[in-house]
Design a protein around this ligand. Structure first.
Ligand code: PLP
Length: 385
């Protein structure tokens, strides 16, 4: 039976944004979690060099696996053997590999709602059953050990995302440890999506590997390293499922692009440039949080969890609309500011939420706020519109 997969509605809005741009409109792209900065200069220089000298065959870079293993040591003090790292075409195939290796069709996999749209849809495409845990503002839209312990029956797996998309909230180390303990006790295998690690405004982000050595970790060059279109990421696979993961990657995906692997390795030493991006996001975050009350957001029942990391703000717009998709489309048509409708991330409450991505330049944030303030003020004047 074919799985019933929902569309990623922000893609439709982005298409509209590009059409409007082609018609001469000025557009600010805050709909995707996509750094506007491009790859770090050393990555570009390495790519140019390699293009002229490398035959670009199928290849998995050992130096890149070793460098990623070093990242775990440097960032978390965790030991990861390079052999346990599989280089993938981004986090998306890494998720497919982990799910396929660990679970069977019909298995129940728990995850937070709201959450990244592709988790639910990838699970459905693989004929697994998403078990969504409703995570509201009182838990900063994040999983808790208590919520995982309360699942009955226990699911086969749990997807953890911290910092999360669409909220940017981080699970504190003690809570993450408690989640890992509940999962160990109940035989629940964890897949931890750590794609937003490195993008934190509240200090270090703990990795699940510090608490659950048999967890899968997925990560990518798309966010911190600002290389989304290069399609490069990785999977840390636990020993017991490593051979299965290797068999799957060989059959489903072969190897990641050679060019991207060379460039990604060079990017990993561009600390100054990359930390400059984080500083810019921190500034954008502050501007956005300061401006939200002026947009009538984040007050009263519509509380906002300030993002600890990533580059998103998840905003309750329930006092303005019960249709976040048409709300975001109207905002785009009227102001040229493209955003993502909450329905992508939460099929139950998402009709009254929207997501702003602040992975754009600070000038664009300032301009977006200039355009949005009068627009939101107009909407506030006509509740229910
Ligand atoms: N995981 C999360 C939480 C994401 O937000 C995204 C993309 O936005 C992905 C995974 C997919 O990333 P990639 O570009 O590495 O496939």
């Amino acid at each position: 039976m074919t799985a019933d997969i929902d569309p990623f509605r922000a893609i439709g809005l982005s298409r509209l944004a590009h059409t409007l741009k082609a018609e001469g409109r000025s557009i600010i792209h805050m709909e995707f979690g996509q750094p506007s900065t491009g790859a770090p200069p050393a990555a570009i220089a390495e790519a140019h060099r390699v293009l002229d000298t490398d035959a670009m065959g199928y290849w998995e870079s050992t130096p890149l696996r070793e460098r990623i293993a070093r990242l775990y040591d440097e960032r978390y003090g965790a030991t990861v053997h390079p052999d346990n790292i599989l280089i993938t075409n981004g986090a998306s195939p890494a998720l497919v590999l982990a799910l396929n290796a660990a679970f069977a069709p019909g298995d129940r996999i728990a995850l937070a709602r709201p959450g990244y749209v592709a988790y639910r849809n990838t699970l459905k495409a693989l004929h697994m059953v998403p078990v969504e845990i409703d995570c509201g503002p009182e838990v900063r839209f994040q999983l808790t050990a208590g919520a995982v312990a309360a699942l009955d029956p226990a699911p086969a797996g749990l997807i953890v995302a911290s910092p999360a998309n669409p909220t940017g909230t981080i699970i504190a180390a003690d809570e993450l440890a408690a989640i890992a303990a509940v999962c160990a006790e109940r035989g629940i295998r964890i897949i931890s999506d750590e794609i937003y690690h490195g993008l934190s405004y509240v200090g270090p982000t703990p990795s699940i590997l510090s608490f659950a050595p048999d967890a899968f970790v997925i990560n990518s060059f798309s966010k911190y390293w600002s290389m989304a279109g290069w399609r490069l990421g990785w999977l840390v696979a636990p020993d017991d499922l490593l051979a299965q993961c290797r068999a799957l990657i060989g059959n489903l995906f072969l190897t990641a692009p050679s060019l991207a692997q060379h460039a990604g390795l060079a990017a990993m030493d561009e600390t100054e440039v990359l930390e400059g991006h984080v500083a810019a996001y921190a500034c954008n975050r502050d501007l956005m949080l300061a401006a939200l009350p002026g947009l009538g957001l984040g007050q009263g029942s519509g509380s906002i969890a300030p993002p600890d990391g990533a580059f998103y703000i998840w905003a309750d717009i329930g006092h303005l609309t019960d249709n976040s998709l048409s709300f975001c489309e109207q905002l785009l048509r009227d102001t040229g500011v493209a955003t993502a409708p909450g329905v992508d991330f939460d099929p139950v409450h998402g009709h009254r939420f929207m997501r702003f991505s602040f992975a754009v330049s600070t000038e664009e944030i300032e301009e977006a706020l200039r355009r949005m303030e009068p627009w939101f003020a107009g909407r506030s004047a006509m509740p229910g519109a």
